[in-house]
Design a protein around this ligand. Sequence first.
Ligand code: FAD
Ligand code: NAP
Length: 277
Amino acid sequence: MTEAHLMTQATAPKPAKPHLPDAARVTQVTHWTDRLFSFRVERPQSLRFRSGEFVMIGLLDDLGKPLLRAYSIASPAWDEGLEFYSIKVPDGPLTSRLQHIGVGDEIILRPKPVGTLVHDALLPGKRIWFLATGTGIAPFASLMRDPETYEKYDQVIMMHTCREVAELEYGRQLVEALQDDPLIGEMVAGKLIYYPTTTREPFHHMGRVKDNLSSGKVFADLGLPPMDPAHDRAMVCGSLAFNVDVKAILESFGLREGANSDPKEYVVEKAFVGDGI
Ligand SMILES: Cc1cc2nc3c(=O)[nH]c(=O)nc-3n(C[C@H](O)[C@H](O)[C@H](O)COP(=O)(O)OP(=O)(O)OC[C@H]3O[C@@H](n4cnc5c(N)ncnc54)[C@H](O)[C@@H]3O)c2cc1C
Ligand SMILES: NC(=O)c1ccc[n+]([C@@H]2O[C@H](COP(=O)([O-])OP(=O)(O)OC[C@H]3O[C@@H](n4cnc5c(N)ncnc54)[C@H](OP(=O)(O)O)[C@@H]3O)[C@@H](O)[C@H]2O)c1
C-alpha cells in the first residue's frame, strides 16, 4: 500500500451515539493496509497500566451485549491517550465491526490491564530483544516509547516480521518518530536498534525471526554477540506457532521463561488466539 492509501481521520467528530458501559471515545483512526489499522481513544483518568499490558476492549453486538477481545495497549504508560493497533479479520466477530469506527464513536474499554510483557517479569540485563510478528508489535509500541526501557537497558533490539513490506509501516513510522521525540528522543538515540524483516515480499532484510536468530544472521548483521543469559533479555509476542518456535531458540541460548511473580530472562504473550498459520 502506498502513502496515498493511508488515511488518518482526526477531525470532524460524528454526533454522539448511545453511551456504552466503560465507554472510551475515539479520537483518531489510521488505516495502514486493508488488514491493519490503529486508533486512539481518550484515556479514562483512573486507568493505570504498565507499558506492555493488555486490556479488554469491544463494541456492543446486535443484541446489545458487549463483544470484547484482548488488546495490547500500544501507547506508553505516560501517554494521556490510549492507542491500539488492530487486525481486520474479514469475518471476525469484533474486527469486522471495529474496523469501521470513526472519530467521535465510542468503544468499550474494561479498566483491568494485565499481562506478562512487563519489565517487572525480567531480571536486570544489558540488552533487551523485542520479538514480534504482525500485530504482535503492539505491546512493544508501548515499551519502545517508555523511558524505563532505556533506563534499564543499554541496547533495545526490535525484531518485527511480517509477510509484506506495507505491514511493517506502523512500526517503521513509530521508530522513526521516536528519534525526534521531545520527551525520550535523547534516551533512544544509539540504543534502539530496529530490525524489520519480510517473508513473502523482497526487502533489504528477509526471513523469519526464529531463522535469523538460529542462523546467527541477525547477530552478524547488527554486530552483536549471540544471546547470553547473563546479559540478554527477551519479550516475545506473535502467533502460537511463532511463540513456540522462538521459545525453543531462546531456551537453546540458555534463557529461561519468567513471570511477574518469578522474573527470569524472557517472557511470552500470544498476539491472538488461533493457530495463525
Ligand atoms: C493477550 C492478547 C492480546 C491481543 N492484542 C491484540 C492487539 O493488540 N491487536 C490485535 O489486532 N489483536 C490482538 N489480539 C487478538 C484479539 O483479541 C482478537 O482476536 C482480534 O481483535 C480479532 O477479533 P475478532 O472477534 O474479529 O476475531 P476472532 O474470532 O477473535 O479471531 C478470528 C481469527 O482471526 C485470527 N486473528 C485474530 N487476531 C489476529 C491478529 N491480531 N493477527 C492475526 N490474526 C488474528 C485468528 O486466526 C483467529 O482465530 C490479542 C489477543 C490476546 C490473547
Ligand atoms: N498477511 C496477509 O497478507 C494475510 C492475508 C490474508 C489472510 N491472512 C491470514 O491472517 C492470519 C494471520 O496472518 P498474519 O500474516 O498476520 O500472521 P502470520 O501468518 O502469523 O505471519 C506473520 C509473520 O510471521 C511469520 N511466521 C509465521 N509462523 C512463524 C513461526 N512459527 N516462526 C516464525 N515466524 C513465523 C510469517 O512468516 P511466513 O510468511 O514464512 O509464514 C510472517 O512473516 C493467518 O491465518 C493468515 O492466513 C493473512
